[in-house]
Design a protein around this ligand. Structure first.
Ligand SMILES: [Ca+2]
Length: 224
């Protein structure tokens, strides 16, 4: 075997090993990256070749120590390929909130390639809001109120939600919410009528939410 051939074989081993390792790192660090792997960062459809604009933006953020958590809100808010959609929108993580070890926040079937201006996301498919991180029952507004008030809550995951209104004697008079809701923030209006659509008397009422293990109540005052 010629010396040149041996050198080429050894060299090709290192090159292929390097590509496999870097693919593994990258696909685990980019949201939904399993769909495109290196194609997110390189000009060739299979992920080879020079880095595209998104790949260059990623490269500029990679620390010398390796592929540390470079994905963040700054990279997500960049429009690397200049097609009008941010990297985060294209990768279905508009806020750049995804972190290593978490499940992908977006929908894998909707992910596009932020390095390719021709692969544009459908704006209606992109999650525009940051999902709430915790359960909350907010103060109703206005309060005191007449004739109606708004009650809002947030849930961080899909839950069966029950939101009821009780009179001061503890009797349930109105069921405002009764059903399954995906993670998000919700607002409901109460018009001062009970389940029989009859106006209730002025006074103190309690609104109470039950969503998964989350339970909370608060008081409100209906004026007449
Ligand atoms: Ca873009």
């Amino acid at each position: 075997m010629s010396k040149l051939l041996r050198v080429l074989i050894i060299l090709s081993f290192f090159v292929s090993t390097t590509i496999l390792i870097s693919r593994g790192f990258r696909s685990s660090k980019i949201p939904n990256g399993s769909k495109f792997d290196c194609a997110n960062c390189h000009v060739n459809p299979n992920g080879g070749g020079a880095r595209n604009a998104f790949g260059q933006a990623v490269e500029s953020r990679v620390s010398p120590g390796g592929f540390e958590d470079f994905w963040d809100e700054n990279l997500a808010s960049l429009d690397s390929d200049g097609d009008g959609f941010t990297n985060g929108q294209e990768l279905q993580d508009p806020s750049g909130s995804w972190r290593t070890g978490q499940s992908n926040p977006g929908d894998i079937s909707l992910v596009t390639n932020p390095g390719d201006p021709n692969s544009k996301p459908d704006p209606t498919s992109v999650e525009e809001t940051i999902l709430p991180a915790k359960y909350e029952l907010h103060n109703n507004y206005p309060n005191p109120f007449n004739p109606s008030t708004r009650i809002s809550f947030t849930i961080p995951r899909n839950e069966f939600v029950l939101l009821k209104i009780y009179n001061i004697k503890g009797q349930a008079i109105k069921t405002l919410v009764n059903g399954n809701y995906p993670a998000g923030s919700y607002q409901f209006e109460w018009n001062g009528k009970d389940d029989n659509n009859v106006d209730v008397a002025a006074g103190v009422y309690i609104y109470s939410i039950s969503a998964g293990h989350f339970n909370k109540s608060a008081r409100m005052i209906l004026l007449k």
